[in-house]
Design a binder for this molecule. Structure first.
Ligand code: FES
Length: 124
């Protein structure tokens, strides 16, 4: 099965600049999707309640990689409260839409962010 991806999804998929791991992160979020089996790790670095760095590692599809890469860009330099307001619809809009069967991939990134923030708060 092939999907019609937006140019922005393809651009981020081919060159995800936020892929990787943060050494000594302040929070880690790990989530998986039962239907497709994909797994996502999201790492955040926090200073003075502001996310100063975010990176991701995923065993996921092109959409999951693009959503995660964008999410990392969007939460950098945001405070925790504002980052928690980010929705999958925000991501979908910024990526120029996504094929319907790939909508769940955006949730993976958002859920991983929430888990990473929860982990950060628990460590404080
Ligand atoms: S198909 Fe599983 S995250 Fe995209």
């Amino acid at each position: 099965m092939s999907f019609q991806y937006s140019d922005e999804i393809l651009r981020r998929f081919r060159n995800p600049k936020n892929a990787g791991e943060i050494k000594n992160p302040d929070g880690i979020g790990m989530v998986g999707n039962r239907s497709c089996g994909d797994v996502m790790h999201l790492y955040i670095k926090v200073e003075n309640n502001k996310i100063v760095d975010a990176k991701f590692k995923t065993l996921g599809c092109a959409a999951a990689i693009s959503f995660s890469d964008l999410l990392c860009d969007m939460v950098k330099n945001q405070n925790i409260e504002d980052a928690l307001k980010l929705t999958k619809d925000d991501l979908v809009k910024k990526l120029g839409g996504v094929p319907a069967p790939k909508l769940h991939c955006s949730l993976l990134a958002v859920d991983a962010l929430h888990k990473a923030i929860e982990d950060f708060k628990n460590k404080k």
